[in-house]
Design a protein around this ligand. Structure first.
Ligand code: AQP
Length: 327
């Protein structure tokens, strides 16, 4: 029997190159070897306010993006979190075994709550819902970008604590990070990770950005005060551009060093921009093809969710029994 993979992303804004390199590309690469469930986690998205109409639209757009990234519904199941009430149900059971201090320590909670006028309970509970997403499917492997490593560790801690209290129930999942591109940084500020919720115009390369707009963002990316690439002294902005190029081109470390050492920043940016545009153009053509068939997209999401719920129902039954909940 194939091991199971579960991973997910929020339809919370403009999907960017960091999401692709850190996550979606890995998702496509594991679909032949594992039983894969990929979630569009809209309940996570609403931990900060989302325009309701936009959110609905983005869920379908997101499904088309995943298909354009190479995910094939014949091999992998794409599900929508809010259509599977088992996620929220398990999250509550896990909330009851999770010390509040574990949640207050999460760096993403700290950084996201700083940006809110009022911090909701949902934002604090976010990692428990994420633990429920994963444990619901007894996923052995969870491919994510580096920013999610801490949440994955917490998922393991919650699962172990539950297993200790109530007996062996959940599989302890492993984190799978990509070798290159696990943390793509913002183009305007390479000390911050590229993020959907950062609003700066030059911050992220959106997967649906017009290719010429993406080129301009790269040409304006923050570098440092040196005139050319020096691998011994380069700052985070230059390192980030090189990572983007390496992740998209598949070049080895030696090839990257041989090609870029000593290159002037203007030429480095032109080369990276060319590579990014070369990726975006065919990607967006595939996207438009999938997005134009709304009926087919909806069918894919319903079928994927139905499959996921058939597994989730068993986990809920077992978990309730373990906790002594009447059923
Ligand atoms: N900058 C990044 N580099 C590499 N991987 C990244 N991921 C996110 N940003 C980067 C990975 O993308 C997947 C989906 O992420 P998400 O939608 O669950 O939300 P996130 O991690 O919080 O991503 P964002 O873009 O920063 O969204 P907002 O601003 O809405 O929170 C995950 O596997 C993540 O690791």
């Amino acid at each position: 029997m194939k091991k199971r993979v579960f991973t997910a992303a929020q339809p919370s804004g403009h999907v960017h190159l960091g999401n692709y390199l850190g996550a979606f590309r890995q998702w496509a690469s594991v679909q032949d070897d594992y039983d894969c469930i990929f979630g569009i986690v809209d309940l996570h998205a609403v931990t900060v306010y989302q325009d309701p109409e936009d959110l609905q639209k983005r869920t379908l757009e997101f499904a088309a993006i995943l298909l354009a990234c190479g995910i094939e519904p014949e091999k992998a199941h794409i599900m929508v979190q809010s259509m599977a009430p088992e996620h929220a149900e398990l999250a509550w059971m896990l909330t009851c075994v999770t010390p509040i201090g574990w949640l207050q320590r999460m760096t993403q909670f700290k950084s996201k709550s700083e940006k809110q006028v009022e911090v909701t309970d949902g934002l604090l509970q976010y990692p428990v819902l994420m633990a429920a997403d994963i444990l619901l499917y007894n996923a052995a492997i969870v491919p994510v970008g580096d920013d999610q490593s801490q949440h994955l560790e917490l998922t393991r801690d919650i699962a172990e604590r539950f297993n200790r209290l109530y007996g062996e129930t959940f599989v302890i999942p492993e984190t799978k990070l990509p070798t290159v591109g696990a943390r793509i940084m913002g183009l305007d500020d390479p000390t911050k990770k590229m993020s959907k919720s950062e609003t700066g115009a030059g911050h992220a390369i959106g997967l649906l950005d017009a290719p010429e707009a993406a080129r301009k963002k790269i040409m304006r990316a923050t570098t440092d005060s040196q005139p050319h690439v020096d691998f011994d002294t380069m700052g985070p902005g230059v390192a980030n551009l090189l990572t983007i190029h390496q992740a998209l081109s598949g070049w080895s470390d030696e090839q990257v060093k041989g090609h870029f050492q000593g290159m002037r920043y203007g030429d480095l940016k032109k080369t990276v921009a060319e590579t990014v545009v070369g990726f975006l153009e065919p990607f967006q053509e595939r996207f438009r093809g999938f997005y134009s068939d709304r009926g087919e997209l909806e069918r894919t999401l319903h079928q994927g969710t139905e499959y996921a719920r058939s597994i989730a129902a068993d986990t809920i039954r077992i978990t309730k029994r373990r906790m002594g909940l009447f059923s």
